[in-house]
Structure formats: structure tokens, C-alpha cells
Design a protein around this ligand. Sequence first.
Ligand code: CDP
Ligand code: CDP
Length: 221
Amino acid sequence: MKNIRIAIDGPASSGKSTVAKLIAKDFDIIYLDTGAMYRVATYIALCNGLDDTDGASIIGLLKENPISFGNSPEGQLVYTGEVDVTHAIRQNDVTNAVSKISAVAEIRDYLVDVQREIASHGGIVMDGRDIGTVVLPDAELKIFLVASVEERAQRRYKENLQKGIETDYDLLKFEIAERDRKDTTRLVSPLKQASDAILIDTTGINISEVVSKIEDYARKV
Ligand code: CDP
Ligand code: CDP
């Protein structure tokens, strides 16, 4: 398992990051959250009054303040330069702007290069939207996770409640569906299942069942 590369793609809240982190722990391999990288690009854009017409400036700022990851008892930390943006990149303003920034071809080219470099030694599980189709088309195992939009909105709703945040379920559902629409219809690297990816519908399936299914596939390849 030490050198395996596992690609996990799928729409928002299908369980990618939860499942990927557990697999990384079980197999003692790296976990890379590529969504966090697009979120950092979006955060930088918002902080500097830039938008999707300013790709080159956003890349310049990303190069000056490289994205890095750390660990804490509460989970993974995300930095840009020296700044801890772990919480800032999960705020609504970033979530609602990220699909626009992640549709910019030059930003994708830059981040895909960084992601491939991190994956170049193998032993990695990456989650995102284009890992199996673009970033690691020759990954040893590709998984495409889906779940109904109602269940995904329910999961986010519960997750927010656990953090003490009361959200409007219908609004959450609308925002998730809207992000799916933008991610699947964009011209560059749209969210889609790779032809050789294994589809797992996680509607009504708990996290440990999904993890053990994927780990069984991994042991087979
Ligand atoms: O966790 P959640 O499903 O809310 O999203 P995420 O994985 O943090 O990704 C945030 C956004 O980044 C997505 O909605 C996509 O627009 C973009 N993204 C992408 O375009 N390509 C990736 N490989 C990962 C994320
Ligand atoms: O990374 P992605 O946006 O695909 O989803 P996530 O952040 O891993 O999962 C969203 C929420 O759904 C989390 O609170 C997970 O604990 C929960 N989840 C679940 O209840 N059942 C699953 N099979 C997968 C995730």
C-alpha cells in the first residue's frame, strides 16, 4: 500500500474528505485535500478584491504565499505563507465564490502542477473533482463518490449543528446543488466520473462501510 495513489472525486459533501482521511490513516499514506487549495486561491482573491478575470495576480499571490498543510489534534491545518487559514477557507463567502475561481484555467494549471509534485512519490490519497480525470489519470485506484442532494444537505446541516451553527436546510440544499451545477458544467476540468473509476453511492451508507469498501478495492489492485 505504501506507493498506491488513490483518487477520490465526487460532488460536494459526498463524504470524500472524511473517507480519504480515514484511508490515509489506515494505510499510513499522505492525504491531500485539493479542494482546500482552490479554497485558498478563492480566499486570497476575496482578500485582495480580485475575481475570475485576475488569474495571473492570484497565482502571483499564491506563489508568494505557498499553500501548506499541518496537523493539530482538531484535524488538518491549512496555511498560505505563514497565515493559518484553516477556518477562514470554510466560511460561506469562500464556499459561494470557489466554483468561479476554480473555473479559471490558469489557476487550475498552477494548482494541478503543485498537486502532481506532491503526488510524485506515490503513497497518497487525494480528493477533489478532477483527480481521476486530470491530476492522476494513471492512479492505481479511482473512486467516484455520490449521494443524493437531500442526504448531502442533511449531512452538512448536522455537521453545522455539531459546531453550534444553525443553518437553513433548504438554503444549504440549494447552495450544494448550485455548486454541483457550476462544477459539472464548467469548460475546464469539469467534475465527472473517470471512465475507469468505481462508482459508490453513499446514500444511506455509513462512513465505515464506505471506507472498508474502498480499502477492499485498494487491496485488490
Ligand atoms: O468539501 P466540499 O465538497 O464542500 O468542497 P471542496 O472539496 O472543499 O472543494 C471546493 C470547491 O473547489 C469545489 O466546489 C470545486 O469548485 C473546487 N475544486 C475543484 O475544482 N477541483 C478540485 N480538485 C477540488 C475542488
Ligand atoms: O469532502 P466532502 O465535501 O465530499 O464531504 P465530507 O466533508 O467528507 O462529508 C460531509 C459530511 O457528511 C461530514 O459531516 C461527514 O461526517 C458526513 N458523512 C456521512 O454522514 N456519511 C458518509 N457516508 C459520508 C460522510
